[in-house]
Write a protein that binds this ligand. Structure first.
Ligand code: AMP
Ligand code: GLY
Length: 429
């Protein structure tokens, strides 16, 4: 079997790595891939923002299955186009991807289907903003409607700040593109988890949960990023809570999308806040999370990922059971100096082999390239160093010991990944 993976970050390296472990797979092609993916897959050039170019690659390669990593190709309708050509592709259609591409659609969908989520108001003008703000108490969360690569959510400490931020989003001053709508949302306090489920449009198959670390600084301080690390452990989500989430959140979403004529096939990422009022939906993504995927997939036994993806495409996910390792996994992102702002690239990376040889360690590449056969930095997030071990603490130790071997100019990483779980563990002991 030949599989084409679209994307070129740490998530796609983990997807390629897991897919290549299936004995049924003879060849993996990745478009565009990166310096690490090139060791496992043939990498081909593509402009991920150009639908025609994406179609060209798929039509040229004729894979038995295409897997889409990032959201932009989904938002362009790549799944619709390849399905129309009779090709098998894992991911939601353009309409089903609206759960991620339009936060207004997502919130209104949640309300229509009585899903637990924060109170909100949709505003499209300065007048609507001041009327709506009267019904909120600070802190207030302001969200842009469209895709904003992690920059579309601002937590505001006062009504004045919320009004200013919302106006900047509407005018285009904040995100480049002017937003037709912004969302004001009640602030929710609690522990956040990333909970993903596969779906074939009808059935739901949950993955193990993970927790992301969105802020650049230790102790969850500073600017928001694409994610500076993640961990996945069974203690994040008790089996009873998982079953509750399937019955009260995941299955109603899948049933609701089917009833609205936009069945959801692929992987649905539910961003949840575990509040005193119970679990509440913060957002949907219609793809795997990054860096959650780098912590989740190593826990899945070899071959299982492909099995689930094929069942999601073919509509028989009810016949699949996933087999997981009980060992926790920790992923630490090594970023370039300056991230999430602008960064320098092209710095040589050393120690990769030494790090990868350590027990329980896998080094996924997020933003790297090959230059004269050597691996160099090529982005803000550079590496996703993952380790597994019998306990969360030892998995963390292994990840940081592996990072000690790696060097590039300006390398930065957070030293406190999994701090919430480790602290809780100590409190319980
Ligand atoms: P989103 O893009 O909607 O996931 O928002 C990005 C991040 O903002 C989330 O991961 C949360 O940490 C935070 N966030 C979003 N909505 C809320 C909310 N209603 N209350 C508190 N934090 C939120
Ligand atoms: N880690 C959050 C995301 O993938 O959107």
């Amino acid at each position: 079997m030949k599989v084409l993976v679209i994307g070129g970050g740490g998530r796609e390296h983990a997807l390629v790595w897991a897919i290549a472990r299936s004995p049924r797979v003879q060849e993996v092609v990745c478009a565009p891939g990166n310096g690490g993916i090139a060791a496992l897959a043939r990498c081909v050039q593509v402009n991920q923002k150009d639908l025609d170019d994406l179609i060209r690659v798929a039509v040229t390669e004729q894979p038995d299955l295409t897997v889409v990593g990032p959201e932009v190709p989904l938002s362009l309708g790549l799944v619709d186009e390849l399905s129309r050509r009779g090709m098998r592709i894992f991911g939601p259609t353009q309409r089903a991807a609206m759960l991620e591409t339009s936060k207004v659609f997502a919130k209104e969908f949640m309300q229509r289907h009585h899903l637990p989520t924060a109170h909100y108001a949709v505003c499209s003008s300065a007048e609507e903003l001041s009327d709506a703000l009267a019904h909120f108490h600070a802190p207030i969360v302001v969200k842009a409607d469209g895709l904003a690569a992690g920059k579309g959510v601002v937590i505001c400490e006062s009504k004045q700040e919320a009004e200013a931020v919302a106006k900047q989003m509407l005018s285009g001053q904040m995100l480049g593109d002017a937003q037709h709508h912004v969302i004001l949302e009640e602030f929710l306090a609690g522990d956040e988890i990333s909970w993903l489920v596969f779906s074939d449009g009808t059935h739901v198959l949950p993955l193990v949960a993970a927790q992301d670390h969105k802020r650049i600084g230790e102790g969850d301080t500073g600017l928001n990023t694409g994610g500076m690390g993640a961990y996945s452990t069974d203690t994040l989500l008790a089996p009873e809570m998982r079953d509750w989430l399937v019955h009260h959140i995941a299955q109603p979403v899948i049933d609701g999308m089917a009833a609205e004529g936009a069945p959801f096939r692929g992987v649905l990422y539910c961003g949840l806040m575990m509040t005193a009022r119970g679990p509440m939906l913060l957002e949907f993504n219609t793809r795997f999370g990054d860096p959650e995927t780098e912590a989740i997939l190593p826990r899945l036994l070899g071959g299982e990922l492909l099995k689930a993806m094929e069942a999601a495409v073919d509509g028989n996910l009810d016949q699949v059971e996933l087999r997981w390792r009980s060992q926790p996994a920790v992923t630490v992102i090594a970023a370039s100096q300056g991230y999430p702002g602008s960064v320098q690239t092209g710095h040589a990376i050393t120690g990769l082999n030494e790090a990868a040889m350590r027990e329980g360690v896998t080094v996924f590449h997020a933003g790297t390239a090959l230059r004269d056969g050597n691996v160099v930095t090529a982005g803000g997030r550079v590496l996703a160093v993952t380790a597994m071990a019998d306990t969360l603490q030892s998995a963390c130790d292994r990840a940081y010991e592996a990072l000690d071997r790696i060097h590039f100019d300006g390398m930065y990483y957070r030293r406190d990944i999994a701090h919430r779980a480790l602290k809780k563990g100590k409190e319980m002991a």
